[in-house]
Design a protein around this ligand. Structure first.
Ligand SMILES: Nc1ncnc2c1ncn2[C@@H]1O[C@H](COP(=O)(O)OP(=O)(O)OP(=O)(O)O)[C@@H](O)[C@H]1O
Ligand SMILES: [Mg+2]
Length: 484
């Protein structure tokens, strides 16, 4: 269907006289419209349409052709065979043109337009030529539009699908399977969601998935980091301002809520919102309206809010730092993202996923991973969750030579055990704030430290090596400490 080729017509007409009247009418624009084929019955027409996809743009169909297949039934079958085909119906005068029902049925069956033939004594034309030609041009225009729409819808869908693929949530453990189920369910709904989970567990990823699976997927997803916008700017960032509303407002600024209209707003670190920003947010949620600085009258917006927090928001409410009414507005549907250490084998799935990702990124083959190295990964506590795991893989990829060993993984440059540093240096934490005899304190320290080193070692002899003691001594010390 190139723009220069003439509009291709299939004429379905069983009376020679009418075939020539149609030809005559169309002849006025020979370079623009061309009758490609003429058939006298419905079956032949269908056969041609089916066997030669995209050969015709417009069908001119006589309503009263002979043979079993005709009328609305035939129109429906033609549209089934080629949804873009536009059908113009011509009928004998015997059908009352004021018959609304008749016209309506034709359109419902999928016809584009219909007209009644001129009486038989008018030999030249089938119908008023300009009207008839215009309807052919319009039919063709409609076909082009429909095709373009399908194409751009397809492109949009492909974009969404590739975005979804890049935001895929890896994990098959029970809590992750449940999380994915909730995401699918919540995506169908329009109400606000509160995502809770410690740092690096994947809260933003979850928010993206809800958005991309919801019917707002073609609209904006706007992330607002409530912790990073200075308090004095939050109002203008969220709601925008009109030109000239204050000194320095040289141009109108759209607020993030306005930009997100019809889409999703992701309020990250929502516990960080100042009390005054909380009040304003509450107003948006309650009334669906924003008050832009310097604008008289409010502006309606339609946004879905997904909020996330890594603190216990209910506790913040209890302690008076977060508004209770806002909390309930945000927390209509709660979602918990569990820490990585509670996801079992997902640790390895994620490890392999990131390994593949970074290998591809660096254009190197995916390295081999020793079984013992995997054991260490499985038993490590992952205080920084998935983000930490991702960083670990990235560091490993930069250092390894095609093989990842237990030794490499347990290198403190790789598994950065911040938790250990905190545990062993924080005296309060070590002995619950008490001052204990040195021997007692040493015992506590050793127990923790040994347990930790074992957790990041591939075997007990590997742990002993790291501690710089002979394996036999290590066994003895563990036994004395009651670790086994
Ligand atoms: N289940 C998962 N599958 C694949 N990638 C994941 C998964 N969970 C998290 N990630 C990746 O780990 C990184 C951290 O995830 P994300 O930013 O969503 O965490 P977060 O909970 O928002 O963290 P923070 O609380 O620090 O803001 C991102 O690169 C994300 O793509
Ligand atoms: Mg985040």
């Amino acid at each position: 269907m190139s723009t220069n080729a003439p509009i291709s017509i299939l004429l379905v007409e069983d009376e020679e006289f009418d075939v020539s009247r149609v030809r005559n009418t169309i002849k006025l624009f020979p370079s623009r419209i061309q009758i490609t084929d003429v058939v006298s019955n419905g079956r032949a027409a269908l056969e041609l349409i089916r066997s030669k996809p995209d050969r015709y743009d417009v069908v001119i169909l006589d309503y009263q052709i002979s043979g079993g297949l005709r009328g609305e039934e035939l129109i429906g079958m033609m549209k089934d065979a080629d949804a873009f085909l536009q059908i113009i119906v011509i009928t004998k005068m015997t059908i009352n043109i004021t018959d609304y029902e008749f016209a309506n049925n034709l359109l419902k069956a999928g016809a584009f337009w219909y007209c009644t033939k001129y009486p038989g004594n008018i030999e030249e034309y089938i119908y008023q030529p300009t009207d008839f030609l215009l309807s052919v041009f319009n039919a063709y225009g409609k076909k082009r539009l429909e095709k373009q729409k399908v194409k751009s819808d397809k492109r949009l869908l492909q974009n969404i699908e590739s975005l979804l693929e890049s935001k895929r949530i890896i994990g098959e453990s029970k809590p992750m399977a449940q999380l994915k189920e909730s995401i699918d369910k919540y995506a169908k709904s329009e109400v606000n969601v509160l995502i809770m989970g410690t740092s690096g567990t994947g809260k933003e990823l979850v928010a993206w998935n809800i958005h991309l699976k919801s019917k707002r997927r073609y609209e904006n997803f706007i992330r607002i980091n409530c912790g990073s916008i200075p308090h004095e700017l939050i109002e203008s960032e969220l709601f925008g301002y009109e030109k000239g509303s204050f000194t320095g407002a040289n141009a109108m600024k759209s607020g993030l809520f306005e930009i997100a209209n019809n889409g999703t707003v992701f309020l990250d670190e929502v516990a960080e919102l100042s009390p005054s920003a909380q009040v304003k947010l509450l107003r948006v949620i309650q009334d669906g309206e924003i008050e832009k600085i310097g604008r008289t009258g409010s502006l309606s917006v339609n946004v879905r809010i997904i909020a996330a927090t890594n603190t216990n928001l209910a506790l913040e409410v209890n302690e008076g730092r977060f508004r209770e009414d806002l909390y309930y507005r945000l927390n209509v549907l709660p979602l918990d993202v569990v820490p990585l250490r509670e996801r079992g084998q997902d640790i390895l799935l994620l490890f392999d996923h990131f390994l593949e990702y970074f290998s591809h990124d660096l254009s190197v083959p995916i390295p081999l991973v020793e079984g013992q190295a995997r054991d260490i990964l499985l038993h490590y506590k992952w205080p920084g969750n998935v983000r930490e795991l991702r960083n670990v893989v990235q560091r490993l990829m930069l250092n390894c030579n095609g093989r990842i060993t237990a030794k490499e993984i347990s290198d403190p440059m790789i598994l950065r055990n911040h938790v250990l540093a905190k545990d062993v240096t924080n005296i309060d934490d070590l002995a619950s704030g008490q001052v204990l005899p040195l021997r007692e304190m040493e015992r506590i320290f050793r127990t923790r430290y040994f347990k930790y080193v074992r957790s990041i070692s591939s075997s007990d002899s590997n742990a002993a090596e790291k501690l710089g003691v002979a394996p036999s001594n290590f066994y003895r010390m563990c036994k004395e400490l009651g670790i086994k």
